[in-house]
Design a protein around this ligand. Structure first.
Ligand code: BTX
Length: 247
């Protein structure tokens, strides 16, 4: 079906009108040994978010999961999530949306002050051992055709931002950008920084060890957020939910 879409992608694309979850299907393919396969759907009936949350996936979205088998140690696996966010934000910008990245992996459109609306979310699954990744599966959900009335509070879509969507061009660009980034992992963090909405903002990050509050000053490989607390101490956070606070 990549032919139907007219895609000229560096991946084999398996396209579905509707699926429970492209990550569920992608995980099955990964466990069967697939590589460089993209599962694409227009609608999902049980879209997954992070931390057991739900991703609303009405018709007219771009829901896709990419099965890759990179030759890297596990500590570099988060770079693929960052690469997915950069690729998605660049593809959304090509469509005309003012896409930025909120740490670690939301693609958002900034509004007044510290607020923003969410255009895409990314859930990455992975398997392997410390010295070698077996597979990584970034799953990217982008609101494309849906009107904001059909999306959760705080969401936006490409059509809501720009009035039109070229799905084929969006997916093509996203996959090309992702392919280029994974071939040059050193380029991922610098590319992420250029699109970051979070850097320079006052944030609260909920982590398993408690909340970290301060100014987000940098992101370091493979996706660590550096927060300068009010007492001047720099704290490094690898994962957590991040809230942008009013200064
Ligand atoms: P997350 O846990 O960061 O975000 C989930 C939260 O985002 C929800 O609790 C809700 O508040 C909000 N939300 C839900 N649906 C939408 C939406 N359509 N637009 C904006 N905000 C929403 C982010 O999780 C990771 C999402 C990954 C989704 C992709 S779709 C392709 C692949 N397959 C799959 O099942 N999941 C991934």
């Amino acid at each position: 079906l990549s032919v139907v879409l007219g895609l000229d992608a560096p991946f084999t694309v398996e396209s579905h009108a509707r699926l429970d979850s492209t990550n569920r299907r992608g995980r099955d393919l990964a466990e069967e040994g697939a590589a460089d396969v993209v599962v694409l759907a227009n609608e999902q009936t049980s879209g997954r978010g992070r931390l057991d949350r739900t991703w609303e996936a009405p018709p007219g979205g771009v829901y896709l999961s990419i099965v890759v088998r990179p030759d890297v140690p596990m500590r570099d696996a988060p770079l693929f999530t960052l690469a997915a966010a950069v690729a998605t934000a660049r593809a959304a910008r090509e469509q005309g949306a003012d896409a930025h990245i909120k740490w670690p992996n939301d693609v958002v459109v900034p509004r007044d002050g510290t607020s923003y609306d969410k255009l895409s979310g990314i859930l990455t699954e992975m398997q392997g051992e410390a010295d070698r990744v077996e597979w990584v599966l970034p799953g990217i959900g982008t609101n494309a055709e849906a009107s904001t009335a059909d999306l959760p509070e705080g969401a936006t879509s490409i059509r809501a931002e720009t009035g039109a969507v070229d799905r084929r061009a969006f997916v093509q660009r996203l996959l090309e950008e992702f392919d280029a980034l994974r071939e040059n992992l050193d380029s991922v963090v610098p590319a992420w920084r250029e699109l970051a909405l979070t850097l320079g903002q006052r944030v609260r990050v909920e982590t398993p060890d408690g909340d970290v509050v301060g100014e987000a000053i940098d992101v370091e490989r493979p996706g660590t957020l550096v927060v300068r607390r009010d007492d001047g101490e720099e704290v490094r956070v690898n994962a957590g939910d991040c809230e942008h606070l009013r200064p």
